[in-house]
Write a protein that binds this ligand. Structure first.
Ligand code: EPU
Length: 334
């Protein structure tokens, strides 16, 4: 087990924030993990670092979950169960599925982060959420060091939400996720406007999972900044959900406002609200709201976590004042 002292976390968080870790422990096996947990210290769990904003040095020992491996564990005529260890890169796993013609995760192409953290915020894009393909989530309970298995329904998945952000927060370390994928008759989802347009441009009437993935990769690359070039954590805020009354009031004044109709409520794109408040493409020192998608806050190079957090708060206040809507941060602040 490799343990490093006083290292920079810059390359371990997609925001590229340069803070220091006092102790950085590489976890490469579940047995090692269980062993280290016996010391009962107050650990900081790190996966792909794609959904966090670090605002200060981390004094607690960091457990860097670097468990690798992808394996088919059960195979039937039309479905396959795949076990993926937590430290596998999400997009590399998607590519592996495409190579094997396993369907279900193609819409989630190019999402930064690791497989082990994907259930925590139930990553989602273009009409698909990871919960749609998750069969089980396996974890080690920090207190007892026992291996616990959560079936899909026990994960309490919601929009960018799960039990791991609520009741189970800080209690488990996800070690492995089991996915149920399709081998034939893939359930393709491409009604989302931008994907449809992209497929039509290529005159693909019967797209394959690879075609869908390629379309999504193209859309994401055009719209979202690459964290390897400009630090970011994807959508910084969740899209707010408002009731019908509030929605109608805002819509009366903003006829072109995009929205997603839910059962009774309405989801309004936070990116649109932020753009209306004038933040899109504006730079504030080393940080700003991205020029193509205002919902993504970026680090132009040497931003501190505090700088980004201050901008996020300013955005929240402005949106609150202009629209009376509270934007909830999606990114975890440490
Ligand atoms: N919009 C603006 N201005 C902006 C950004 C967006 O007017 O600066 C408008 C767009 O024109 C569009 C609407 O808002 O009409 C929705 O925009 P988009 O399709 O980009 O999706 P989103 O709702 O902003 C969500 C997810 C993304 C995911 C996309 C595609 C959340 C918080 N974000 O964004 O997820 O990729 O849908 O499915 O739900 C992430 O979570 O990190 C993430 C990138």
């Amino acid at each position: 087990m490799k343990i490093q002292k006083n290292i920079s976390l810059k390359k371990y968080n997609t925001f590229g924030i340069d803070v220091m870790a006092s102790e950085f422990i590489h976890i490469t096996s579940v047995v090692n993990l269980q062993k280290i947990l016996r010391e009962k210290r107050n650990y900081f769990i790190l996966g792909g670092g794609s959904n966090m904003l670090l605002t200060s040095n981390i004094k607690n020992p960091i457990l860097y979950v670097n468990l690798k491996g992808i394996e088919v564990i059960n195979e039937y005529q039309s479905t396959v169960y795949v076990s993926v260890n937590a430290g596998e890169n999400w997009h590399q796993f998607v590519l592996w599925c495409l190579r094997n013609n396993f369907g279900g995760v193609e819409n989630l192409s190019l999402i930064p982060g690791n497989v082990g953290t994907s259930p925590i915020q139930n990553i989602g894009a273009y009409g698909v959420e990871v919960k749609d393909t998750i069969h089980r989530v396996n974890a080690v309970e920090i207190k007892t060091r026992k291996i616990v298995s959560f079936k899909n329904s026990a994960c309490e998945f919601g929009y960018r939400n799960s039990i791991f952000k609520n009741k189970a927060k800080g209690k488990y370390i996800i070690t492995n996720v089991i996915f149920k994928l399709t081998k034939i008759k893939h359930q393709l989802k491409y009604s989302y406007g931008a994907i449809k347009t992209e497929l039509e441009k290529k005159q693909l009437k019967k797209p394959s999972i690879i075609d869908i993935s390629n379309a999504i990769i193209k859309i994401r690359t055009e719209k979202l900044p690459d964290p390897n070039k400009i630090g970011n954590s994807g959508s910084f805020f969740k899209n707010p959900v408002v009731n019908r009354n509030t929605f109608l009031k805002i819509q009366a004044k903003n006829k072109t406002m995009p929205f997603y109709k839910m059962e009774t409520n309405y989801k309004i794109p936070a990116g649109w609200l932020i753009e209306q408040c004038g933040f899109k493409g504006k730079r504030f020192g080393n940080t700003g709201a991205h020029k193509n998608q205002a919902l993504v806050l970026v680090n132009y190079g040497n931003a501190t976590g505090i700088e980004v957090l201050n901008l996020a708060k300013k955005i929240q206040e402005t949106v609150q004042k202009k629209f009376g809507i509270t934007l909830e941060m999606e990114v975890n602040i440490f």
